[in-house]
Every structure is written in C-alpha cells, then in structure tokens.
Design a protein around this ligand. Sequence first.
Ligand code: ACO
Length: 336
Amino acid sequence: MSATTPTRAGAAVRVAGLGVRLPDRVVTNDDLAKVMDTSDEWIRSRTGIRQRHVAAPGEATSDLAAAAARAALDDGGFEVADVAAIVVATTTPDHTVPGTAPLVAARLGSQAAAFDINAACSGFLYGLRLAAGMTATGDGAVLVIGAETLTRIVDPGDRSVAVLFGDGAGAVVLVPDDAASFGPFSLGADGTQPSMLWTAAGGTRRPFDAVVLEEGSHYLTMRGGDVYRNAVARMAQASREVLEQAGLKVSDVDLFIGHQANVRILDAVASRLGLAPERNHVSVDRHGNTSAASIPLALADARDQGRLHDGDTVLLAAFGAGLTWGAGLLSWKGAS
Ligand code: ACO
C-alpha cells in the first residue's frame, strides 16, 4: 500500500469564481429502463442516482469545460487576461493529442499556460492542489476545470456501468489571498490494480483495432464491489489525515463535498468519519457520476442551495481510477 502525500497546511489562496455547465439533455432512470434491462428502483436503491445530463452529439469535453470556465470568470468578475494558467482535469479528453486545456484556452481567447491532468475522479482535487501551489507561489489567478463526457466511453448497452455516469463541467478561479486558508491536502495513488476500473484497450498498451471494436474492450469496465470498498476506505482515511494535519475535529467540518459517485459511498464515508448526515452534500442524484467534474458541480450546487458561507470549513474528498484518491480542506471565502 503506497504512502499518501501530505502537503503543507493553509496556502494563502481562495476560490474567487465558480461556474458550471451541464448539458441540456436530461436522461432519467425511466428513460434508461426503456432501452436496457434496468429500473428506476434498482438504480436509485443502489446508487441514489435519479437522472444525469448527457452531452449532445458533437458536444465534447472542451465545450463543457469552456462554458464552465467562462461562467467561473464571470462569477468572479475576471477577464480572461487575468488568468495565468488553465488546468483541465479530465479522463475523457477531446483527443489523445493535443490536450483539452489548450483547446479550452483558445475558446476563451487565452494563450496562458494550459495543460491537462488525468487522475480520473480525483482529478479536480489533484488540480486544486497543483493550482493552489502555483497561485501561492506567484503565478496569480489560475483556472481549474473538471470536465467530462463519461457517457462517451461507456458501453450504452452495459447496464452495470451505463446507468452510473453523466456529463458536465465545473470550474473555479483560484487567487492569492493572504487572509485565506486553503489546504492541507492529502493525495495518494496505487497503480497496482488498474483493471479495477479502466478501459482495457484503445491506448498504447493495446491500440484500437477491429478486434478491440468487436470485443468492446475500449469501453469502461469496473469491479463495482472492489471500487466501492476502496472508495469508502480511501476517502475516509484521506479525510482523517487532513483533519489531523489541520488540528481539526470532524465536528469542525461545516460541509463535506465528496466525489459524487454514489450516495451509499458518500453515506458510508460520512458514517466512518462520524460526520453529521446533514453536512454531507449530495448532488449525484441529479448529476450521476461526472468523475473529475463532480466536486465543482457539487460545490456550485451547495452554493446555489445557500449551504456555503464565508468562514465555513469545507472538506473535499475523492477517489477514482488509478487508483487515485485524496482529501483537502478549505476555509470558504469565495464567490458567493
Ligand atoms: N439494473 C438492474 N440490475 C443490474 C444493473 C442495473 N443497472 N446493474 C447490475 N445489475 C444486476 C447484476 O447483473 C446482478 O445481477 P445477478 O445477481 O443476477 O448477477 C445484480 O444486479 C447485483 O449486482 P451487483 O454488482 O452485486 O450490485 P451491487 O449492489 O454491488 O451494486 C454498484 C452495483 C452500484 C455498481 C456498486 O457495486 C457500486 O456502487 N460500486 C461502486 C462503483 C462506482 O460508483 N463506480 C463509479 C466509478 S468509480 C468512482 O467514481 C469512485
């Protein structure tokens, strides 16, 4: 088991803009039950998901990312010229080459540094940690975007995964602020069991060909039970680590924003931590699992519901393919 990577506490950084983009088309569980052998009851009882947004034909990750970024800039009253770097966390890039971030930058009219990170469902948390370091050490404002079109890499006929995922994007603008506290973060990875959650083919290990197409081995597959157990254990552990590093108790957490994969996973993490259920924010019921986009989407959802206030201690936690995981704390002093 690999050691996690703790980072120093309390960078002088804050979220100064927050924006999202969800595709217009909403697919309910009943819609899925018309095209595959499933039911609203099965999906809701196993996952808590009621509906998800699905990208339109031709709508790609960069389209959602650029719209969320634009919304975050507008939210904070920024011009694109204010942004020193653009980080896109995604596991569903528009292309293998080039990265998605330069495409997003071009859409925004920026020639700032722009690069992708792929830490699957933990990608936004990894991106926040990276961008906070850049912001705190002099780069100024950095855009961090989590954006995915997961529905493009699942077999639409495979009920064991097709019901779980949705598309969307969320973005934040991080800025330096001497009075703010952002962190600590604890990030970790264990690549010894990649097949727990992966696309077996279509990369350089096994390039796409007619056999791959026939097998459908370019689609996402997972061992659901193993993912479930690891997600609960890793998110709870990373959360404990950051609370301990910060010298906080779980009762100090005003809001828990976990990666929105499944309500049962979120409830289990909250229960292990001893977190009051009302502090566990849930948006997976309306978004499905949007991987790297899920945390910024949930943050914006919480803000829309009036659940984020200046000074609140927010605990973030994520787990995803890799395996990757992490947690982070921030004292909310943000766009409101
Ligand atoms: N509708 C109806 N029946 C289904 C469906 C479906 N959509 N999918 C599977 N089933 C069936 C199975 O075929 C199986 O039938 P059988 O008993 O006749 O063989 C039965 O339901 C039970 O299947 P299980 O896999 O045991 O169901 P389980 O209760 O474990 O729930 C689930 C499956 C929801 C995937 C669960 O394992 C889970 O939540 N895992 C976490 C996975 C996850 O969230 N992944 C997202 C990506 S990773 C991340 O973001 C962290």
